[in-house]
Write a protein that binds this ligand. Structure first.
Ligand code: GDP
Length: 459
């Protein structure tokens, strides 16, 4: 007989107040009948009890009583997995919870694989893939922002955005196919132009989602930051202030030498991973020591550039060069040494850059909160409204979105090169399928198995 009823401990393996053993599948009620003993007169079979009821009694293996429990009954499809589900609330503690699971297994269930409950919910159509993945993100969330993003995905925010894009794409494919089938009645004259403008709109939607993935990564991992500035501008002093009393955690980025150390700085809600390219703390001038080219590469890979200007000296050609370099990047300009007599005013500096200029004194620790507020505003748009805004936190989703974006670019090229219309539909179809991967439409078994294997037991 194929054992398709699964069971697992759904709570953490610790000495908590209660433990929960979850059973899901066709045999769930048969199994609970065999091991449940009602209290006193109230001892009817649970398989005959109404769905969504709670029962107080014992779990026993033959004559041996194991624990006093509450049993919750949920008949499919009205359960998380859409299957018959039984949850046993027992007294917490690793030993008892394990013993109850063993008894359940002895009477006909098999141990669930990691993520198998959620996988069944997905396979039974209770949720799409993006929502199922959000379940694991919720479980693993490390901070409030990450949690909010995951909960909003659980609610289907990503799926909704992706489905809307897919609808637009399939509409265009259907139009092309119909016109090719029935050229007498549907004309493709001038269609290229209208498709181009539709694609521009879709690309914009995709681009917003892809960009949000940077915010998603930033939420979960931290903001990759590079501090630039001429010698003596105050870069090390700034680092020391940011690090504060707490020692910075220095991590060696995998497989590299010491010229790519990262210092992790936590400022309340945000985390900065300052790429200490050549050891900002040890050298006078990062640009001078590692060369302009390398500094540029480091800055290119960064989410944020902090440019420190020494306000007590006049600007020179080097400043022009750096200001020019950071023009198109996410950056903040700090006018340092505000405690001294200043050669440069904040207004003057602001007129040279599109970025926010903040006057600080690293020495006197003045203006640092403004810097923190600005960074928060840049990355979290002040207060992220997760109801309106969809944030991609999953690398798999981001890759699929990027692929879809590239496919749409191919369509644009085909139109510009006046290729036949069936070329458009091929690339449109690719984009459609890539987006389908996010919500789990037409995904392959391997991918499904890989995704759910990342889950922990009992989920
Ligand atoms: P770096 O070369 O950019 O890392 O600059 P440092 O942080 O080593 O600072 C260079 C010099 O400027 C040191 O003597 C610091 O004490 C001084 N300095 C840094 N920030 C300030 C500031 O806000 N006010 C004043 N008065 N001096 C500062």
């Amino acid at each position: 007989m194929k054992m398709n009823t699964i069971a697992a401990i759904a709570t953490a393996m610790s000495s908590s107040g209660i433990g929960i053993v979850r059973i899901s599948g066709d045999e769930a009620f048969t199994i609970i009948d065999k091991i449940y003993r009602g209290k006193g007169k109230n001892s009817r079979k649970l398989s005959e009890a109404p769905s969504h009821t709670i029962h107080y009694g014992y779990i026993a293996d033959g004559d041996e009583i194991i624990d006093e429990v509450l049993v919750m009954l949920m008949r499919g499809p009205k359960s998380f997995t859409a299957e018959d589900t039984v949850e046993i609330d027992c007294h917490g503690g690793v030993l008892i919870t394990k013993k109850i699971l063993e008894t359940v297994l002895k009477y006909g269930a098999r141990p669930a694989e990691p993520g198998e409950f959620t996988k069944r919910a997905f396979l039974n159509g209770r949720m799409d893939l993006a929502q199922a993945e959000a379940v694991i993100d919720v479980i693993n969330s490390k901070n409030d922002y990450a949690l909010k993003a995951s909960v909003s995905q659980l609610d289907g925010a990503v799926s909704k955005a992706v489905k809307a894009l897919r609808e637009q794409i399939i509409f265009q494919i259907a139009f092309i196919e119909s016109a090719l089938d029935d050229p007498e009645h549907i004309s493709l004259d001038g269609y290229g132009e209208s498709l181009l403008s539709a694609i521009r709109g879709m690309k914009e939607g995709l681009w917003r989602l892809i960009r949000s993935a940077d915010n998603g990564r930033v939420m979960t991992e931290g903001i990759k930051t590079v501090i630039l500035g001429k010698p003596n501008a105050g870069k090390s002093s700034l680092m020391n202030v940011l690090v504060g009393e707490e020692r910075a955690i220095v991590t060696d980025v995998a497989g590299t030498t010491r010229d790519t150390l990262e210092e992790t700085i936590r400022l309340e809600d945000i985390t900065l991973n300052v790429i200490d390219t050549a050891g900002i703390r040890d050298t006078d001038d990062i640009v001078e020591k590692i060369g302009v080219e390398k500094a540029r590469n480091a800055a290119d890979a960064a989410d944020l550039i902090i440019y420190v200007v020494d306000g007590s000296c006049p600007l020179d050609g080097n400043d022009d060069e750096i200001l020019d370099f950071i023009r198109e990047r996410r950056a903040v300009v700090l006018l340092n040494k505000s405690d001294l007599t200043m050669e440069i005013s904040a207004e003057m500096l602001a007129s040279r850059t599109t970025h926010r200029v903040i006057a600080i004194s690293a020495k006197e620790r003045v203006g640092i909160e403004n810097l923190e507020d600005e960074i928060k505003a840049m990355f979290y748009h002040g207060e992220i409204d997760f109801n309106d805004e969809v944030t991609i936190t999953n690398v798999r989703h981001k890759n699929a979105l990027e692929q879809a974006y590239r496919s749409l670019e191919m369509v644009e090229q085909s139109i510009e090169n006046a290729m036949p219309e069936d070329f458009y539909s091929i690339d449109l179809m690719d984009a459609y399928e890539q987006l389908g991967l996010i919500i789990g439409e037409a995904v392959e078994d391997d991918l499904v198995n890989e995704i759910f294997s990342k889950f922990c037991m009992g989920k």
